[in-house]
Design a binder for this molecule. Structure first.
Ligand code: A2P
Length: 284
């Protein structure tokens, strides 16, 4: 799945992704465009966005402003949750490409599964219809890889029987919330797991255990969280609007966590979701 130096992840279609990406959800500051360009300047080559974040025009401008050639970047977007039918998904992909000013995406994800709380009789049918459109976009090469986000195993299983299986599942993952059943299922089925909120939206950065490990390793608790994800074979997508933190969050390849440190983090009590449960999320 990932190479031994933890610097890349290889998707089941053979595409090679950098092992840390830059998350653009709620990127805040004077100019989103400049912040995204800063992230690329700081060294990020994987930019994770979504139509739902409402900032794709600015993210696209930031990508252009960076001056880094398109082929050196991996750009991800996600189907907005209101697009749950084939034609809507195709239209949403075209709108995202237009907003970003790009002619292809490197990865397109279904943002949230249709769920049984909102669609008790139809959730699977809607997910399958969405997925059929994803396969079509993949065949047209408008998107170079396809996957899902926030999918639990019961949402994923029907998709695993189709012609093109999900290559990525992006889920909430951080110390105190590691969803091991989903991660294990994905790794077993050659689906790369990406972590949104790998820093637990800062909620976990003051945990005494992480502070202790930070002291032992000479790194920050944020760097411990990012390294922890990598050693769990999960691709982290940290967010920051500050250049120094953007850079620091990439500086995790000069140390490793010992098996004891990994186990101690594994055993932290559950902090729970920072976001929403995919089975009950009203946008599902
Ligand atoms: P900021 O943008 O001010 O740097 P997550 O990626 O888990 O959702 O967490 C995002 C939050 O973590 C943001 O509030 C971001 O704030 C903060 N953050 C990102 N990197 C660091 C860091 N290295 N140290 C402390 N806080 C950080």
């Amino acid at each position: 799945m990932s190479s031994s130096n933890l610097k890349t992840f290889t998707l089941s279609n053979g595409d090679v992704f950098p092992s840390i990406g830059y998350g653009t959800y709620k990127v805040a500051g004077a100019s989103i465009e400049d912040i995204v360009a800063d992230a690329i300047r700081a060294g990020y080559r994987l930019i994770d966005g979504a139509a739902l974040y409402g900032n794709e025009v600015e993210v696209g401008r930031g990508i252009a402003k960076s001056g880094v050639p398109r082929e050196q970047l991996k750009v991800t977007s996600k189907v907005p949750p209101e697009a749950k039918h084939y034609d809507d998904v195709i239209a949403a992909a075209n709108k995202t490409l237009e907003d970003l000013g790009l002619d292809y995406l490197d990865l397109y994800l279904v943002h949230w599964p249709a769920n049984a709380t909102v669609h008790p009789d139809q959730w699977n049918e809607l997910n399958m219809d969405t997925w059929a459109a994803m396969i079509e976009l993949y065949r047209q090469k408008k998107v170079r890889a396809i996957g899902v986000s926030n999918f639990k195993i019961h949402h994923l299983e029907p998709l695993m029987k189709t012609d093109v299986k999900p290559m990525v599942n992006q889920i909430e993952f951080h110390p105190g919330y590691t969803q091991p059943e989903i991660v294990d299922y994905c790794i077993e089925h050659d689906i790369v797991v990406e972590a949104w909120s790998p820093l637990g939206r800062t909620r976990v950065l003051q945990l005494p255990l992480l502070e202790e490990i930070a002291k032992e390793t000479g790194k920050t608790t944020a760097q411990i969280c990012i390294r922890y994800a990598l050693q769990k074979h999960v691709l982290p997508l940290p967010k920051s609007s500050h250049y120094e933190r953007m850079k620091a969050n990439l500086d995790v390849f000069d140390f490793s966590l010992t098996p004891e440190q990994m186990e101690a983090i594994d055993s932290l009590p559950e902090t729970g979701y920072s976001g929403l449960d995919p089975d009950t999320n009203p946008v599902g």
